[in-house]
Design a protein. Structure first.
Length: 470
């Protein structure tokens, strides 16, 4: 059964591994109110399309400069500051420009023309945002409890870097999702075209526009009949900045519903395996277009014993590049002594999540232990529920989607594999004295720190963009 929340009521030029592009060409979501400059994310940072800044070790003669311009098909070559030139190509992308110029014997360094923004608080206009203490805690009172300022996941500062993407899919393995909810619909995954999966010994045809899978009925209609999965989904990716209801950790997201829990919130191992298997097969069905690029499985359920079959499916998910985020459990017990599966599996893609309250204290109901890697907000969490409604729930079920959402937000800016994604989440927590001895890291999720660390790591990597003359 789920860890039930407690209701409260671009030239196609081959380039060496110099540049890692995280997001396709487009306008940054925070670029409103300034001239629209076509941009691209390069190693987690926004840069102008088709432009680089280059410094030569000497001033090039006019003839040599014209030769470079011709080779790059440059329509702009102007001096910037002292000794730097801005080059813009009509047909080559940033990667190609860097790849070419790094081979030039007179180049000292070359880098993208990065875009900067005025430092500002980035808060959405969703009317219930002030009640989402897990995202921004200013000491407000929620559910009769006055919080401690900054006892949150630091989402607002993270949103200055990224607000999400539809490129990476989060599969919510749960009771389903109300995919017509006004605050979720725009962020629900839809099958680009019809496709088939073979699950539970049957070949199932899913039409274009379907949103996931119902492992109980073996259909492609994962509509929620419980509320639990819809609540989880709102924390991951309630549509942000739409002047409606709540926002998720991601303003923009792609949520796939993988239903195996029934209207009472219960399900069996076979259906859980089939729900995960659907996500794997859907991902592979659209592998050529990344139309179902499932990278995160959000699992707010548990409480049963060890299952070799379920572990095998989780390992299969790992082989397919999926992080498995799991609720630690709500029985106030030590998972090191009494394992709570699936959170207690030691597969490399599993990360177990405890719950904290709005004062950074371990929730009274939360399971704990060194095998529980980190904690996240899980008490009096407001989110979406069936029928365009909103409710407060508590539980490690509510903590888990904060981490699942954080994983998706990180992936929107940093192209990490599963191991690196898990490491980024676990190694960048806020260490909280009250959590020492209760969770493995002694920490609570900090999505801003995690997001910025991965971007910095990419920029400082040995194969980064800055090159030095041999």
């Amino acid at each position: 059964m789920p860890t039930r929340g407690v209701p409260r009521a671009t030239c196609a030029l081959a380039v060496s591994a110099l540049v890692s592009v995280a997001v396709a060409v487009g306008l940054h979501p925070l670029a409103q109110g300034r001239p629209s400059v076509p941009s691209i994310f390069v190693n987690g940072r926004e840069a102008v399309v088709g432009e680089v800044l280059v410094k030569f070790v000497r001033e090039l003669p006019v003839r040599d400069r014209l030769q470079v311009e011709q080779q790059l098909d440059a329509d702009e070559n102007e001096a910037v500051g002292f000794g730097v030139r801005r080059l813009r190509s009509r047909r080559l992308d940033v990667q190609a420009l860097v790849a070419f110029l790094r081979t030039h014997p007179d180049v000292e360094y070359v880098e993208p023309n990065y875009i900067w923004h005025a430092t500002a608080t980035v808060a959405p206009n969703d009317p219930q945002f002030p009640n989402l203490w897990g995202l921004r805690n200013v000491g407000q009172t929620v559910g009769g409890r006055t919080g401690t300022a900054n006892a949150d996941i630091h989402s607002v500062s993270a949103w200055a870097v990224a607000t999400g993407s539809r490129a990476n899919v989060v599969a919510v393995v749960d009771t389903g999702v109300d995919y017509t909810h006004s605050d979720l619909a725009a962020n629900i995954w839809s099958a680009p075209i019809a496709f088939t999966v073979t699950v539970g010994g049957a070949t199932i045809a899913c039409a274009a526009g379907t949103h996931g899978f119902n492992a109980i009925a073996k259909t492609c209609d994962p509509r929620d009949d419980n509320n639990h999965g819809t609540h989880v989904s709102g924390t991951i990716g309630g549509v942000g900045n739409n002047a409606l209801g709540v926002t998720g950790v991601n303003w923009t997201a792609s949520i796939m519903a993988a239903k195996f829990l029934d209207s009472a919130g219960s399900g069996n191992t076979a259906d859980a395996i089939n729900a995960i298997e659907f996500a794997i097969q859907a991902k592979n069905a659209f592998a050529s277009t990344a139309g179902a690029n499932v990278r995160v499985l959000s699992n707010s359920w548990g409480g049963s014993g060890f299952s070799q079959a379920l572990l095998g499916e989780i390992q299969r998910a790992n082989a397919n590049g999926m992080l498995f985020v799991a609720a630690a459990g709500n029985s106030s017990s030590n998972n090191d002594l009494a394992p709570n599966y699936p959170a207690s599996y030691t597969a490399p893609n599993v990360v177990a999540i405890a719950a904290t309250d709005n004062s950074d204290q371990l929730a009274s109901f939360s399971n704990f232990g060194s095998s529980v890697q980190l904690a996240a907000p899980g008490v009096n969490i407001l989110s979406t529920t069936i029928g365009n409604t909103y409710q407060y729930f508590s539980g490690t079920s509510m903590a888990t989607p904060h981490v699942s959402g954080a994983a998706a937000l990180i992936l929107s800016a940093c192209p990490l594999d599963t191991v690196a994604l898990k490491t980024t989440l676990v190694n960048n927590v806020d260490v909280i004295p009250a959590l020492a001895g209760w969770v493995g890291t002694s920490g609570r999720l900090n999505v801003d720190k995690a997001l910025r660390s991965c971007a910095s790591a990419l920029l400082s990597a040995p194969m980064g963009l800055r090159v030095t003359r041999p």
